[in-house]
Design a protein around this ligand. Structure first.
Ligand code: SAH
Length: 395
């Protein structure tokens, strides 16, 4: 096996079990390795540190599979890691009855660049690392064995693949396209999932628990759901007895799906739902001009800051929508506000929201800190996994 030998003083993060080896830490490669090949990572004194997937085109030159010298990287390794990750979810009582569950969460499950979401009997797999790409077959076999699912679709079309020198790949890896629509039951509401054309792997499973909380607090309220996508928060609000729900998204197809979602759930009152295809930044200003007010507002925008380099511009965008959101709230109103930007940490996000409240001239407090559910664990050694953060504020 080829060896990646680190520069002196560059082993610290590996000793703390962080799985990324940056290009600048690599002294030399002894032997030959192609993208995705397993290499042995050694300190400058020759001491074993890890086995990792080599990625010559990426700034993250290698991603660790194991820190254990006795563990080999082969089909059995993937069977074991994937069975463990699936069992972790199965053992959580709150996930027992869920049809939509994230089964593999990359680095947090010891599988860098490997994400898999379960939607009923269908899995949606996303490989974003050279190592994941190399072991696709082993990963698929292990998933089939661990879940018994009859279909796996590959959604490896995320932009981050480019950073690893990988082309987009999509298609059915196991089984065939289902005959009808794919849907999941989430907290008593049926929701369509489009693994082929939807966002991410088809749906935003990371907001499941927060959608539930929104539903629980929505009774009798006028609700505004910004960046609604296919209406996840909107449907939970309707199910929770909201008096009215205005939902806004710039994507026409997402709104079409949202309306079909309402129709799929005859227990919901479609007449209480209003859908706007619009830019949220503009729409919030129009609502202000029209002097509309709401009791509960959800702001769940897309990733404004993919990395820390975009943090400044992103901070301005977050502040803008939150300032407008605060101004549109009735006294006692609730603001659910989120950021899924890796480049904006919890502390910075809270500061931005505090600044928005100040400039909006409202006195607000945090009732809850919000995050993704337990099927999106965060390895303590890899705090970067904590991308989704939210605050429930009350004015
Ligand atoms: N809350 C959703 C997920 C939101 S994803 C859920 O729980 O499922 C972010 C959404 O923002 C996407 O649907 C995207 O179409 C939309 N979007 C991005 N930029 C926008 C803008 N400027 N105005 C309105 N919608 C926007």
């Amino acid at each position: 096996m080829s060896q990646l030998i680190l520069f002196p003083g560059k082993k610290r993060s590996l000793l703390r079990r962080h799985p990324w080896i940056f290009a600048g830490s690599v002294g030399r490669l002894k032997g030959k390795a192609r993208p995705g090949d397993t290499v042995e990572v050694l300190a400058d004194d020759g001491k074993f540190l890890a086995r990792a997937a080599y990625s010559p085109d990426s700034q993250i030159r290698a991603r660790v599979w194991t820190f254990n010298e006795n563990e080999t990287i082969d089909d059995v390794f993937f069977k074991r890691r994937i069975a463990e990750a699936v069992a972790r979810r199965r053992n959580l009582p709150e996930l027992k009855n869920e049809e939509g569950v994230r089964l593999l969460h990359g680095e947090s499950d010891g599988l860098p660049g490997v994400v898999c979401d379960q939607y009923g009997d269908t899995l949606s797999l996303q490989l974003t690392s050279a190592g994941g790409e190399k072991w696709r077959k082993a990963i698929v076999n292990a998933l089939v064995q661990a879940t018994g699912c009859s279909r796996i679709y590959e959604r490896s079309d995320s932009d981050v693949r480019r950073l690893e020198g990988l082309e987009p790949v999509t298609g059915w890896l196991h089984g065939e396209a289902p005959a009808g629509d794919l849907s999941i039951m989430e907290n008593g509401v049926r929701l369509l999932v489009d693994v082929v054309g939807g966002h991410k792997t088809g749906f935003y499973l990371d907001q499941r628990e927060n959608r539930l909380l929104t539903g629980a607090l929505a009774a009798g309220k006028s609700v505004l759901n910004c960046f609604c996508y296919t209406g996840g928060f909107s449907l939970q609000a309707l199910a929770g007895g909201a008096a009215s729900v205005l939902s806004i998204d710039s994507s026409g197809p997402a709104l079409e799906t949202a309306k079909r979602n309402v129709a799929l759930n005859p227990q919901l009152d479609a007449a209480r739902a209003e859908w706007w295809e619009a830019d949220v930044f503009t729409a919030l200003r129009e609502l202000r001009k029209a002097e509309r007010k709401f009791d509960l507002i959800v702001l769940d925008p897309p990733k404004f800051a993919p990395s820390a380099a975009h943090a400044d511009r992103a901070a301005r965008a977050y502040k803008d929508i939150n300032l407008l959101g605060f101004r549109l709230l009735n006294p006692g109103g609730l603001l659910f506000t989120y950021s899924c930007s890796g480049g904006i940490g919890n502390e910075l996000f809270q500061k931005i929201i505090a600044g928005a409240a100040l400039d909006a001239g409202v006195d607000a407090r945090i009732l809850r800190h919000l995050a993704a559910g337990p099927d999106h664990p965060i390895a303590l050694a890899v705090p970067e996994g904590e991308y989704l953060k939210g605050l429930l504020c009350q004015v």
